[in-house]
Design a protein around this ligand. Structure first.
Ligand code: EPU
Length: 423
């Protein structure tokens, strides 16, 4: 089991370059299944969810070539959906995009139920509702496999789908499935996240006809085929937000570069409310503070609200703020499993239903803690870097699913962090 050993308690100063966005990279890579030809994808983060996505495609017969660490060429011309490697599908939540992509290209998909972080119940009923509306027959076998098929004569046919809940994954998945459907598909009450826009932009540069991505209503005019392209993935707003919080937590000054400041507005607003100073340039934000942190009230919401994937990180910061803060989770049933870990570091947090009430403490104390999921793990890294002394974080494979080169990036700004491999 690998772990991070962190000697914290020093301000971090310097520049951190943000990588491409995990939650855009995975659907873009998996939707290359729709393209008969070679796509070249740039700004691809080197993280385990991306490596799993590429391994899935290779196992299906795709040709995958790395041009450099962050640029990959994919040719799915000869892939076979019967070869979908179910043991890899179960490792990653976002493998549900295989259903939309395989349905679009082959008219059928058989995929194991996806894995991923545990936030309580994580249904995919809205994805299935969309595939059904497009004319697919979707059945779940023994609660383990999803079998989706279409009538070979008809294939998928454009339609209107109203999403009962705002879902990032369902919006992207239905959009992917509809790209080659006959006629026009309209997705209403669509999610607005920047990664939805990025996936639509990628598909459009391959010849798809998607409009409205980033708004409530997305229209997809079906096309017969997609052709290869070169496309660069947008920067990861959650990675950026994590390092923004880190600057404020360690009383350092970090320039976070390769970002789209517009995507960071809700995070910047809360950090400013807490007393951070943020200097915004075209492609960077510099974060520091010259006063104690103030308490805050945060509710996580779909974009452009404050992101649920920043819930644990902002909670760490509110532990270091004066007075009582509240963090209310508005997206997932259960996102507070990390609270028990933070309490080991001296945090004072009381969770009632979907709200955590946090009473600020003088400082966090070093401890041995676990990364209970990806963003919870990132929050433990922030807490350990802020706490004066030696902390250990276990189960770091969660963190490495989504943060490229985290050790190297943190060392460059003065962190004392080491990865230790234990039997
Ligand atoms: N939901 C349904 N039915 C569905 C789909 C979703 O009820 O068919 C509910 C969920 O239970 C949840 C809410 O809708 O309460 C939102 O879920 P959403 O579908 O938006 O989540 P997701 O697409 O599965 C993505 C990210 C998550 C991020 C959420 C919310 C990927 C691979 N994952 O998940 O990212 O938390 O959107 O922004 O894109 C992470 O990166 O750490 C991560 C967990």
């Amino acid at each position: 089991m690998d772990k991070y050993v962190i000697n914290g308690g020093r301000p971090l100063n310097g520049e951190i370059h943000v990588s491409g966005m995990k939650n855009a990279a995975v659907p873009i890579i998996l939707s290359s299944i729709l393209v008969e030809g070679k796509v070249t994808i740039e700004n691809v983060p080197d993280i385990s969810d991306v490596r799993i996505s590429l391994e899935i495609l290779e196992a299906m017969g795709a040709i995958v070539n790395y041009i450099d660490k962050n640029t990959v060429e994919i040719d799915t011309t000869d892939i076979n959906p019967e070869l979908t490697p179910q043991h890899l599908v179960g490792k990653m939540r976002a493998s549900y995009y295989l259903i939309g992509a395989e349905l679009a290209r082959f008219g059928r998909a058989t995929v194991d139920c996806p894995g991923g972080c545990d936030f309580g119940s994580r249904p995919i009923d809205q994805h299935i509702k969309g595939f059904d509306a497009l004319g697919a027959d979707v059945v779940t076998v023994n609660g383990k496999h999803i079998d989706a098929s279409t009538d070979p004569e008809k294939g998928l046919v454009g339609t209107s789908v109203y999403m009962d809940v705002v879902s990032v994954g369902a919006t992207i998945n239905i959009m992917i499935a509809a790209v080659k459907a006959k006629g026009t598909t309209i997705i209403e009450n669509a999610a607005h996240e920047p990664h939805i826009v990025d996936t639509a932009n990628f598909l459009n540069t391959c010849g798809a006809r998607i409009s409205g991505a980033g708004t409530d209503v997305i229209k997809i005019h079906g096309v017969d085929s997609l052709t290869g392209t070169t496309y660069a993935i947008i920067p990861d707003m959650i990675e950026a937000g994590t390092y923004m919080v880190l600057a404020a937590a360690t009383e350092g000054k970090l320039k976070i570069s390769n970002v789209i400041p517009k995507h960071l507005e809700s995070i910047s607003a809360k950090l400013v409310e807490m007393g951070a100073i943020i200097e915004e340039e075209d492609e960077s934000v510099t974060v520091y503070r010259d006063a104690p942190l103030s308490n805050v009230s945060v509710k996580t919401l779909p974009y452009p609200g404050f992101p649920t994937d920043m819930n644990p990180q902002i909670c760490v910061l509110s532990c270091l703020a004066n007075g009582k803060s509240t963090i209310t989770e508005g997206v997932w049933d259960s996102r507070f499993r990390y609270v028990e870990e933070l309490k080991r570091m001296g945090a004072s947090i009381n969770v009632e239903k979907s709200t955590a009430e946090v009473t600020g403490v003088e400082s966090l104390t070093p401890a041995k803690v676990r990364a209970v999921d990806l963003r919870a793990g990132a929050a433990m890294v922030i807490a350990a870097l802020a706490a004066d002394g030696k902390s250990e974080i276990e189960e770091i494979y969660h963190i490495e699913r989504g943060y490229e080169n985290i050790i190297e990036k943190l060392r460059l700004v003065g962190a004392d962090i080491t990865k230790v491999t234990e039997e």
